[in-house]
Write a protein that binds this ligand. Sequence first.
Ligand SMILES: Nc1ncnc2c1ncn2[C@@H]1O[C@H](COP(=O)(O)OP(=O)(O)OP(=O)(O)O)[C@@H](O)[C@H]1O
Length: 296
Amino acid sequence: MDTAEKLDKNASGRNHAEEPLIDLEEQPMQETRYPEHTVGAPFVDDPKMRLRDVDVFYGDNQAIHKVSLDIGKNEVVALIGPSGCGKSTFLRSLNRMNDTIDICRVTGELFLEDQDLYDPKMDVVELRARVGMVFQKPNPFPKSIYDNVAYGPRLHGLANKKYELDEIVETSLRRAGLWEEVKDRLHAPGTGLSGGQQQRLCIARTIAVSPEVVLMDEPCSALDPIATAKIEELIDELTESYTIAIVTHSMQQAARVSNRTAYFHLGRLIEVNDTETVFTKPEHELTEAYITGRFG
Ligand SMILES: Nc1ncnc2c1ncn2[C@@H]1O[C@H](COP(=O)(O)OP(=O)(O)OP(=O)(O)O)[C@@H](O)[C@H]1O
């Protein structure tokens, strides 16, 4: 039985009447139950992204507290934790998507290899091509399927000739597992595709500019189980070429797609380890309580 199946079994075998869900807002954990440092193995040799002491504030409200984490090359890191624990906020700080929120402020060291993401000289458009993002809700542009994928390569001048652009569009759609379904209607609107196809189109659009890292913020939450399975297969294939960080509410999904899992709790990174260890032998009591379904 794999880790995802064990999680399913645990969840279905529990007696919820005997173990009531804990409302975190009403019963905050004792301060002493937070580890002083993230437990497990937050750091790797030769990381793709090196993040140290990251704090994120919305005005006076601190959403992320001193998070330190490495994201390794060609690995899939899953960010999990209860609603509001700061997963999306942390993810969005990795390609400066939080810059679009006026009251948001990010401090700490955030590096993509040897480049400081928050260096004032950093070209943010360039950064978002290197660190692409796929959102919760598929958001194709109101353009044709072809133009959705060609948009980034055109913007970044990646193709000089029409045939070069055609090649990028075809390769990206193939890698996103969508080519066979759309090759005869490339000039039809992207918004006319099904939800799952639209999400694969958004993945094709992201990878068309050859990013180094792909950030995914709950990419399957608006999809049915079949479309979800396709995206999960795709994540597995994409990891050969890209580094991926994915926020997910589904522990089964984290177990299926990721190599490492990071557990967040009220803005703190409690535990990080290889996914199997986090789900079968969590070190910290908060991680254990979450993965066994005692709160969430
Ligand atoms: N634009 C914003 N302005 C002000 N506060 C925000 C904003 N976005 C998020 N927050 C706050 O930051 C904290 C973390 O939110 P975030 O959305 O990152 O958590 P999350 O773990 O991704 O939650 P969910 O799983 O529900 O999506 C929450 O307290 C939230 O209210």
